[in-house]
Design a protein around this ligand. Structure first.
Ligand code: ZN
Length: 769
């Protein structure tokens, strides 16, 4: 208390005397130089693309919105002996744009693994850390692995087409421009060496199991894929450098995949020849799984998978898959896979939740994977739209967390004895929720991952947090002894260390994934936390959920941009959020709001003992002789500091004046002679504007929580004051008592300051958890 008073007195002294003069000088300077509008509440007209016929100011697709489509027919074959993948595809490209196209761009992502890939030379940080397997060893000490595409043919109607390969992009020159509204069909033949994704970290490849000599394949980005052409970028042919993921058009796929006969396989799309590739027993189990909603039905048991591991068939089997309106295609295959499925209700529809895993994943995977898939589909569907595909598959692959339409790869492996820690268990459940969740963002709400990593990762991580918490509420027995699901990201306090970190290594969320320093925090953690805070603290769940659902439904099976998201969130809620997007998404500012000072006025018609003494010290012998009502500042030092001659009575305003200055006529009418008047000053060392959430504690122990909207900062970005009248004395003031805003410094959050210590300990404990 004492130190506070001293500080307060010092503060008043500085402000009333020292700083005053300085501010005036600054003001003069500003007047001379002029300034541009830096107000944090100004609208984002300069940052946002101008609305047009393709994308409207409301954030919805406009009347001229279009998207091009690419349909694929593919025959591919995997050689398990040489780990070589060979394919031939027929692409039919539909130009729905109003423009004629002289050439097409095709993405050759595997070229990032070619011997001479320029992507290997992109970093200027010296030796890569040992923790990134392969990066150092394979670059300098081994013959580099050659995993780039070998394009053996590009043709139309049997005639070769002229092409040019620029790293990961191939331009296909058309004999005649492809007219607006027309389609073009052409063929590409290719092969490449599949890499080991464990030793040569990648989103696609195989894991080798030395004990039984088998491979488990998770295969993606394996075929030349059309780039996106749209109203925003023209051709999105930004090279694949490794961090920025994919931008892909929707289309229909027919894919025939030939693998050894003793493999099982699942992938994007509906299996067309189930009776050919399934045994009778598998068919029987599959029919049962379609009607089983409570627990997974084994299609291939662990015993059967272990028996298959011992053989190696030289025969082949072809699995035929067909998918409509997907933006990509991926598959997993091995003779090692255990396979289970169950049905899950999404709206009125049955969807299959599916898992594939080698025995190395058990006992964890048989217990949780399919159950988590089913929960994820329901939870995400509740908050966005009903999952439109017929299945969702979770495949276990070491160190992987990667998503494709209807199928994803996930980590989480027990040790050799089948034991696993909490970290492994929740890591596995969370990655499954996350990757299955990617079906919604970006597989269906098809944003451009190459340019905006946060639009899929951030939205998905935000939804992941909600799905995790809902899982904990739905299955408390699965998360015991925890009382709520231990989410790694989403809680505001979890982003504080990042937000308060070295500004040299922080980039705004609105950055290309290649150019950020900490992709995990930048594209996942921070946007997810920002949206969580927006939902729980700024907008409220009802308004947020409606707006978020509106965005999801407006842009399902379409290609949204950041503005489409930002605008829709406002359009559907009537909440001006430009300040929020500006601060959280376009800057690296952080939240730090504190209580700077409290002025307390005691109101009386007869000066109190303290007031009397105070007045006497200033030479007023008979206070009762002084006119009617006084407001007396309690802190004499403060009074002293602010006095500029005269007596306090001359300086202190009368109650009437005070009321006239600080309260509206309506407020004055309601005042029933409160005993105390306070002026609480909040300051904001942090750059982000946020609501001020304040808990006032009164002398009788009761508390009151007041939230001042972010707009309180609109005319003064550094310091604001609130006057209030109370019957009871205020004993404690705490800003952000429930740690809702990711405030990076709690030292200044309380008045008096000592009370803050408890909260800080609590916060620290929470952060370490
Ligand atoms: Zn992700």
């Amino acid at each position: 208390m004492r130190s506070f008073r001293t500080a307060l007195a010092a503060f008043f002294f500085l402000f009333s005397a020292g700083l005053f003069a300085q501010e005036t000088e600054q003001q003069t300077e500003v007047r001379e130089q002029g300034h541009i509008n830096q107000n944090k509440f100004r609208q984002l007209y300069q940052e946002f693309a101008t609305p047009n016929q393709y994308r409207t100011g409301s954030g919805a697709p406009g009347p001229a919105y279009y998207q091009n489509e690419a349909d694929y027919k593919m025959d591919i074959e995997l050689d398990d002996k040489t780990q070589k993948l060979t394919g031939r595809e027929t692409i039919t490209y539909h130009n729905n744009s109003p423009n004629d196209l002289e050439y097409l761009w095709v993405q050759l992502d595997q070229n990032i693994r070619s011997k001479d890939a320029v992507a290997k030379l992109k970093d200027g940080n010296g030796i890569a850390p040992v923790s990134q397997p392969g990066s150092f060893v394979s670059e300098y000490m081994e013959e580099p692995f050659d995993g780039g595409f070998n394009i053996t043919e590009v043709s139309a109607d049997g005639k070769p087409l002229k092409t040019f390969i620029n790293n990961t992009m191939m331009r296909v020159d058309l004999p005649q421009p492809l007219k607006a509204g027309d389609s073009y069909t052409f063929d590409i033949a290719w092969w490449y060496n599949v890499n080991n994704h464990v030793t040569n970290r990648a989103r696609s490849g195989f894991e080798h199991f030395p004990k039984d000599g088998n491979n488990a394949y998770v295969i993606a980005q394996f075929f030349p894929r059309m780039a996106v052409y749209n109203d925003v970028e023209g051709w999105q042919n930004y090279q694949f450098w490794g961090n920025g993921e994919f931008a892909l058009p929707f289309g229909d796929y027919e894919v025939n995949i030939t693998v050894p006969a003793d493999h099982v396989l699942d992938g994007t799309g509906e299996l067309q020849n189930r009776k050919e590739v399934f045994s009778k027993e598998m068919m029987r189990r599959y029919e049962k799984a379609k009607k089983t909603y409570d627990k997974p039905v084994m299609i291939v048991t662990q015993e059967e998978a272990e028996a298959a591991e011992k053989g190696f068939s030289n025969k082949k089997k072809t699995w035929k898959l067909k998918a409509e309106m997907v933006r990509d295609f991926a598959f997993a295959t091995s003779r090692k896979f255990i396979w289970d499925m169950m049905a899950v209700k999404v709206g009125d529809k049955d969807v299959m939740a599916v898992s594939m895993y080698p025995k190395e994943g058990n006992p964890l995977w048989e217990e949780y994977s399919t159950k988590v898939v089913a929960h994820t589909l329901q939870s995400y569907s509740d908050h966005t739209f009903e999952y439109p595909y017929h299945k969702a598959i979770s495949v276990h692959a070491k160190n992987q967390g990667m998503e494709y339409p209807m199928i994803c790869w996930n980590y989480g492996r027990p040790d050799e004895n089948g034991n696993y820690s909490d970290r492994v268990k929740y890591g596995m459940m969370s990655v499954i929720i996350h990757e299955v969740g990617h079906n919604f963002f970006p597989m269906i709400v098809n944003s451009d991952e190459r340019q905006w990593g946060w639009m899929d990762e951030g939205l998905d991580t935000f939804m992941q947090y909600i799905a995790e918490q809902e899982y904990g509420e739905r299955y408390p027995e699965d998360i015991a002894p925890h009382t709520k699901y231990p989410s790694r990201r989403g809680e505001p306090s979890k982003i504080v260390n990042y937000m308060k970190g070295d500004q040299k290594y922080i980039a705004p969320i609105m950055s290309n994934p290649e150019n950020v320093y900490q992709l995990g925090n930048n594209a996942y953690g921070k946007p997810a936390t920002a949206l969580n805070i927006l939902r729980e603290t700024v907008m409220g769940k009802e308004l947020f959920d409606h707006a978020f659902k509106t965005y999801s439904q407006r842009w399902m099976f379409k290609h949204p941009t950041p503005e489409d998201f930002f605008r829709t969130m406002e359009d559907a809620s009537a909440v001006d959020l430009d300040w929020f997007w500006r601060g959280w998404f376009y800057t690296t500012d952080y939240v730090d709001i504190g209580v700077e000072g409290v002025k307390k006025y005691y109101v009386t018609d007869k000066p109190t003992k303290e007031g009397k003494e105070l007045l006497q010290r200033y030479g007023v012998q008979d206070p009762s002789s002084v006119e009617a009502l006084y407001v007396v500042a309690e802190d004499s030092e403060e009074m002293e500091a602010s006095l500029k001659g005269g007596t306090p009575v001359e300086n202190a305003p009368t109650l009437k004046e005070y009321l006239m200055d600080n309260f509206t006529p309506q407020q004055r009418e309601k005042l029933k002679m409160p005993k105390y008047f306070y002026e609480v000053t909040f300051n904001k060392p942090g750059g982000l504007v946020m609501p001020i959430i304040v808990e006032y504690t009164y002398a009788d122990g009761t508390t009151e929580k007041v939230t001042y909207p972010a707009q309180i900062w609109r005319k003064n970005d550094q310091q604001v004051s609130r006057s209030m009248a109370t019957d009871k004395e205020i004993t404690k003031i705490v800003v952000d008592p429930d740690l809702e805003t990711a405030d990076v410094n709690l030292d200044n959050n309380s008045w008096p300051q000592a009370a803050e210590v408890d909260k800080f300990q609590e916060f620290k404990a929470k952060n370490q958890g």
